[in-house]
Design a protein around this ligand. Structure first.
Ligand SMILES: Cc1cc2nc3c(=O)[nH]c(=O)nc-3n(C[C@H](O)[C@H](O)[C@H](O)COP(=O)(O)O)c2cc1C
Length: 379
């Protein structure tokens, strides 16, 4: 019951601590015959990697992934392919500075997991937060790259849409822009503002939260497993499992409660062979726990980094009241690097659901639909 595993048919186990020799994951259930190279994985790890701008932690990790198992050279094609056996992925830790954490060895950071790990296990790895560190999320990103191979036709992209109280202007949305600024922000103007804003926050020794939106396009209608494996429920659980996430919304989310029935209904027209045409997408691409064929839209709220220079009141292991100011290298807005992590978690859930859907009703790996049912259903 130690819960380092998620997924059903596409099953991911992550391991490792922030300041241990390495972190990694074992991906079990990946179908055989899919091309998989280090580059396929590295490209996503490079997006999450720390130390790439002054707006993320200055810990310098190459996050170079090694594939230890689960692939075989296809000599005829000159590529590595998955074998259907567990894929073990390893990422070495190379830039640990455990001494930075000596001062907080027995003092709890308010807002972090220090107290709760102690309460549960009676001990904790204080070095970089051990397993509670978001260093672990690199392993999720690596697993997500494998998942993307299984649902290759699905386009999964994420964007930072709010920093602190400042929302982007959605009319400026440009996916290309998310590749150009250090915030994964789709609004160039907002990204410019975030630079000045986050510099100020950082210099004050403070931190700030963010909202991330993840969109999956070209998911066919029919994926999902009601009632206790609803696609939206499993997406929410996967996103909620990311460090510092305090809220998840699908589609209109909490705002749906303010709408009337007629405003919230996604009206339907006949459409084409892919399915009906929906005139809106308040549902975020999921109804009854099953994909509608519309883009799947999920948002999650990330709290501000708890390790900050601003002194906070706290206690130590003995209950002595004290103050804490966390030095060391920390992200002033953890929401930035959470973007590729959110994309990876959605990819893992979709790969898992694709395989489960295929197990029940058929379909091809990387394909879009099973043999049946076909829209429109009555001929
Ligand atoms: C990408 C990413 C980077 C993070 N970096 C830091 C950090 O530098 N310092 C910190 O205190 N927390 C950081 N966090 C958040 C902590 O890992 C998290 O708050 C902690 O594990 C407690 O868990 P909870 O916030 O989910 O309750 C980061 C989170 C993410 C997603």
């Amino acid at each position: 019951m130690s819960h380092n595993v998620f997924g059903h048919l596409f099953r991911v186990t992550t391991f490792g601590e922030s300041h241990g020799p390495a972190i990694g994951c074992v991906v079990d259930g990946c179908p055989p015959g899919l091309t998989l190279s280090i580059e396929d994985i590295q490209v996503f790890l490079d997006r999450r990697r720390p130390g790439q701008s002054r707006f993320t932690t200055q810990r310098q990790e190459a996050d170079a992934v090694k594939i230890l198992s689960g692939v075989l050279r296809d000599e005829a094609r000159g590529v590595d392919v998955t074998t259907g056996t567990p894929i073990a992925l390893l990422i070495e830790n190379t830039d640990q500075r455990s001494n930075d954490y000596e001062a907080i060895k027995s003092v709890y950071r308010p807002g972090h997991a220090d107290f709760t790990y102690d309460a549960k296990y009676g001990l904790r790895d204080h070095r970089g937060g051990g397993r509670s560190s978001a260093r672990e999320t690199a392993a999720r990103v690596a697993a997500g790259a494998v998942a993307r191979k299984i649902v290759a036709d699905v386009v999964i992209r994420g964007a930072l849409v709010q920093m602190g109280p400042h929302r982007i202007d959605r009319s400026h949305w440009d996916w290309e822009e998310t590749q150009r600024n250090p915030f994964f922000c789709p609004d160039a103007k907002a990204a410019g503002f975030f630079e000045t804003y986050l510099d100020k926050v950082r210099k004050e020794g403070s931190s700030v939260g963010a909202v991330i939106e993840i969109v999956a396009e070209r998911v066919p209608a029919g994926w999902g497993a009601p009632l206790y494996g609803k696609l939206d429920a499993e997406i929410a659980a996967a996103l909620m499992s990311i460090n510092a996430v305090k809220g998840v919304e699908i589609g209109d989310g909490f705002a749906a409660a303010e709408l009337s029935g007629e405003a919230n209904a996604d009206d339907m027209r006949r459409g084409n062979e892919a399915g009906p045409l929906f005139l809106s997408n308040h549902a975020g691409g999921i109804l009854g726990g099953i994909s509608t064929g519309q883009p799947i839209i999920a948002r999650f709220a990330v709290k501000p980094t708890s390790s900050i220079l601003q002194p906070r009141q706290t206690v130590d292991r003995n209950g002595t009241e004290t103050e804490i100011a966390t030095k060391g290298r920390h992200d002033p807005c953890v929401g930035i690097r959470a973007v590729p992590v959110g994309e990876a978690m959605l990819a893992c859930v979709l790969a898992d659901h694709f395989l489960r859907h295929r197990g029940q009703v058929g379909g091809q790996v990387g394909g879009q639909v099973g043999e049946r049912p076909r829209w429109p259903f009555a001929t």
